[in-house]
Write a protein that binds this ligand. Structure first.
Ligand SMILES: C[S@@+](CC[C@H](N)C(=O)[O-])C[C@H]1O[C@@H](n2cnc3c(N)ncnc32)[C@H](O)[C@@H]1O
Length: 300
């Protein structure tokens, strides 16, 4: 049972790796392509670990640790490159990690030693349990500008807008070293715009092979940094279509000053701000942008 009394459902994903579904948030923990595939394609590979020499240290914050899949994938990538991992994690609920660690399928996914290291990290002082908006505060006070990598894997903005607000993304951004990177699977215009408002440069994570042929799956996520991001493995600049997306109604950011608003209030206030911007003629409607670029679906 989760802290709110919901029962997480075990799911197997496209690559056979272990995942969960949250009835509370109405959303899967990972994309249907696979938890492990997603961890590698959207978090480990765009991290640019090849920039670091053997023996370097990497200071990382995993935002929404969940089952620990992203951290475990990073543990293995760091081990194979001889990098020393300094790790912090934020997570509301102990249940996803407990279920993963108890699952033979999850355990079978990893090299010897990875699970022991994952357990060690998640029971260390670096594991900050609780609402990430509050749990991140000590890091913001004491470790500004010290992180190489932030992995942001919250439920989607419409399900969990608390973790995609201008204010929360601003707090995360303040933790980054000048060349540090925040990585997320999310390509929403509101999130990219909030990252820009936080003073970060934004690039796209390449869509996984096979998805690129569908125009609506134009991107595999977003990378952000205080410094311009050089296109490289899995990273590219935003296309003209994506830049125009940031001038549409969809780019109205989520706001949560004071880190205390609930989901419903954040969504309602954003809707009101969107309606006002449309009334005042300040932004283009997202559907007009979608038609112009020949996109199907609903990209908010
Ligand atoms: C998409 S899942 C994370 C998946 C995870 N990275 C993994 O590999 O399993 C989202 C996670 O966010 C956590 N969460 C939801 N609201 C939160 C909050 N306000 N603060 C911290 N964690 C939160 C959920 O408990 C869940 O584990």
């Amino acid at each position: 049972m989760t802290s709110n009394g919901f029962k997480l459902e075990v799911r197997s994903t496209g690559d056979g790796s272990f995942s969960l579904f949250s009835p509370e948030f109405g959303e899967a923990f990972h994309s249907s392509r696979g938890a492990l595939t997603e961890a590698r394609e959207k978090f480990v590979e765009p991290a640019g670990l090849e920039r670091l020499g053997r023996g370097s240290s990497l200071q990382v914050l995993d935002v929404c640790v969940g089952t620990g899949c992203n951290t475990a994938a990073l543990i293995e990538a760091c081990a194979s490159r001889g990098l020393e991992l300094h790790w912090w994690g934020l997570e509301l609920d102990r249940e996803p990690l407990a279920q993963a660690l108890a699952s033979p399928a999850f355990r079978a996914q990893w090299q010897p030693g990875t699970l022991a290291r994952l357990q060690e990290l998640c029971s260390s002082q670096g594991m900050l349990w609780g609402d990430a908006r509050l749990a991140v505060q000590p890091l913001v006070e004491e470790q500004k500008g010290q992180f190489d990598l932030l992995l942001l894997d919250a439920f989607s903005p419409s399900r969990c807008p608390q973790l995609w607000s201008v204010e929360f993304l601003g707090a995360l951004g303040s933790l980054l070293k000048p060349e540090g990177r925040l990585l997320t699977y999310c390509s929403a215009a509101a999130v990219r715009q909030a990252l820009r408002l936080a003073g970060l440069e934004v690039a796209a994570i390449e869509a996984p092979c096979g998805l690129q042929q569908h125009k609506q799956d134009w991107s595999g996520g977003t990378a952000a940094s205080p410094s311009p991001l050089t296109p490289g493995p899995r990273l590219r600049s935003l296309t003209p279509m994506e830049m125009e997306h940031l001038g549409t109604n969809a780019a109205e950011p989520y706001r949560d000053p004071g880190f205390c608003l609930d989901r419903k209030t954040i969504l309602q206030q954003r809707q009101q701000a969107q309606a006002k911007a449309m009334r005042e003629g300040n932004v283009e409607g997202t559907s007009a942008w979608r038609r112009r670029w020949g996109l199907a679906g609903n990209h908010q």
